[in-house]
Write a protein that binds this ligand. Structure first.
Ligand SMILES: *[C@@H]1O[C@H](CO)[C@@H](O)[C@H](O)[C@H]1NC(C)=O
Length: 180
């Protein structure tokens, strides 16, 4: 039991889990159940566990989860389930541990975690994962990308042609955008 526990302790160190970090654990299988133990020891104020299986969830609750959320395997339901998870957390999710490692559990973890938070992949069910990186990355409002916009064009036929010439022409164009 100590080997998987060491994985959880390491994950908590990596994600700086402490008295101010609420933790989401995706998956209540053997890895998820053991992973939810360490955040407790690190004094995480709130731990929410999500899984597809009622029995596993009840074990998670008995162990130390503050709240449990039943989810499905249907990828279409990510948004709905993220809302349920946020409600169960009641406040920001700082750290998510994906202890399942499916497209869907990672998508849920990425979406549920607050900006600037951390998502840590602990379990690996799929050999390859497809992740919604744009929605995960497009939150950095603290980064000013405006200086990268070097040219702006209107949306008329002529302007569009000029825009593409500018963009393809190499030279000084970095980001060429249209004003709509
Ligand atoms: C993960 O997503 C990719 C891309 O949509 C898909 O090809 C793959 O089958 C998915 N894997 C599973 C196990 O659903």
């Amino acid at each position: 039991m100590y080997e998987p526990l060491s994985v959880s302790v390491h994950a908590c160190h990596w994600a700086n889990v402490g008295p101010e970090t609420n933790v989401l654990v995706m998956g209540a299988g053997p890895i998820g159940l053991i992973t939810l133990l360490a955040p407790r020891a690190f004094e995480a104020p709130r731990i929410v566990v999500a899984d597809v299986n009622d029995h596993r969830l009840s074990v998670a609750k008995a162990l130390s989860a503050h709240e449990i959320v039943k989810v499905s395997t249907n990828i279409e339901e990510v948004a709905e389930e993220v809302a349920k998870i946020k409600e169960a957390m009641g406040t920001r999710v700082y750290v998510s541990f994906d202890c399942a490692g499916f497209n869907k559990t990672m998508a849920t973890a990425l979406s549920a975690t607050g900006s600037g938070g951390k998502v840590c992949l602990v379990g690996m069910a799929q050999r390859e994962l497809t992740l919604p990186l744009t929605s995960a990355a497009a939150r950095s409002s603290k980064v000013d990308v405006k200086p990268l916009i070097t040219h702006r064009f209107g949306f008329s036929q002529k302007e569009v042609e000029k825009a593409f010439e500018t963009s393809a022409g190499g030279g000084n164009a970095i980001k060429v955008i249209f004003n709509l």
